[in-house]
Design a protein around this ligand. Sequence first.
Ligand SMILES: *[C@@H]1O[C@H](CO)[C@@H](O)[C@H](O)[C@H]1NC(C)=O
Ligand SMILES: *[C@@H]1O[C@H](CO)[C@@H](O)[C@H](O)[C@H]1NC(C)=O
Length: 399
Amino acid sequence: MGKKIILLLTVGVLAAYYVYTPLPDNIEEPWKLTWMIAVSKSITNLFMFAEFLGISHLMNTVMFFIALIEVPPTSDENVTVTDTTFNNIPVRVYVPKRQSESLRRGLFFIHGGGWCLGSAAMSSYDFLSRHTANRLDAVVISTNYRLAPKHHFPTQFEDVYAALSSFLSSDVLEQYGVDPTRIGVAGDSAGGNLAAAVAQQLSEDPKIKIKLKTQSLIYPALQNLDMDLPSYRENSHFPILPKSLAARYWSEYFTTDRSLEKALLLNQHVTAESSHLFKFVNWSSLLPEKFKRGHVYNAPSYGSSDLTQKYPGLLDVRAAPLLADDARLRGLPRTYVMTCQYDVLRDDGIMYVTRLRDAGVEVTHTHVEDGYHRAILFLDLKISYRMINHYVDWLMVTL
Ligand SMILES: *[C@@H]1O[C@H](CO)[C@@H](O)[C@H](O)[C@H]1NC(C)=O
Ligand SMILES: *[C@@H]1O[C@H](CO)[C@@H](O)[C@H](O)[C@H]1NC(C)=O
């Protein structure tokens, strides 16, 4: 009996130690977050174990459970919600119910999930789009796109671009009562990556006459060339998006072959032939002093096997918008970038802010000192509403 209790206690303590993560002092509602992290860490490890046993690909397992937190298109007192397709891409449309004397703003939103996960129907995204439509009195299009591991780059990009192109036709805008001079794109994480990428493509696309007024990038992923930025070093073990998971997502965007992920983690996935691109992600020159403090810049290290030849998408601007040259950046609309202190992707966003400003683009940068990846979706925590308000307030005055 005594032995069993001791065994149980030991297992309990070990399990608690295993899932417990010490958080920085300035994190709001630390116990709530610790609990959420512990639950998600345990579940993720279980799923990874299932993958290790060959039962199911990690992303497929997660997607199966995400389907359980999806909600059907349901209108409320303020907003009419419908599912439809644009150019065969499924989208969810939010139209405010109140009468409008004039045409409305339009916001094209792209969900995150590392190009592998998520949908417009997830309850948190559904809330965010509904709330945005109501507060801005805007028509919000929340797009879906095909996901990895079944589909790789450039499918995700092309699906989003196809849906956006359809939205930007005069017929569709007229049908929804949208003002063609007041349209923005927005997205979080991988959705921020896709938003930045489609905004660049659109600015150079002569076939589409209606252009964007704004782009809003919430903790976007913008490059994979340098996976050894200060933000990667500082937050490599921060839960929610540790460096290992970021590398997994990037790798899955291009291939199911896990050797790319290993090369990304070693930061040896490109050869010296790509050396000319490093100036676009040179954190030593692109980050403000505050974010460089305590870090030493290492010259790029090159790998021998050329993965960039095997997966040319790696260095394609449609996957890594930070690799665009200044001429391409110059055509971009007014930009909002939100970054979080405890996020491996922090420096991607900050370097883009510097590069856009250098190219003459007007940028508003909100840095959330106590923020972390995905926080805008954590609707049980106060930080989520703070971030949503920042994001919507900017659109309110700018779009
Ligand atoms: C409808 O809009 C009002 C005013 O913005 C808000 O107070 C209310 O909570 C909204 N209703 C729903 C269901 O979101
Ligand atoms: C990065 O910038 C630093 C100066 O800030 C410079 O010394 C270094 O050569 C640059 N490296 C690359 C690869 O561009």
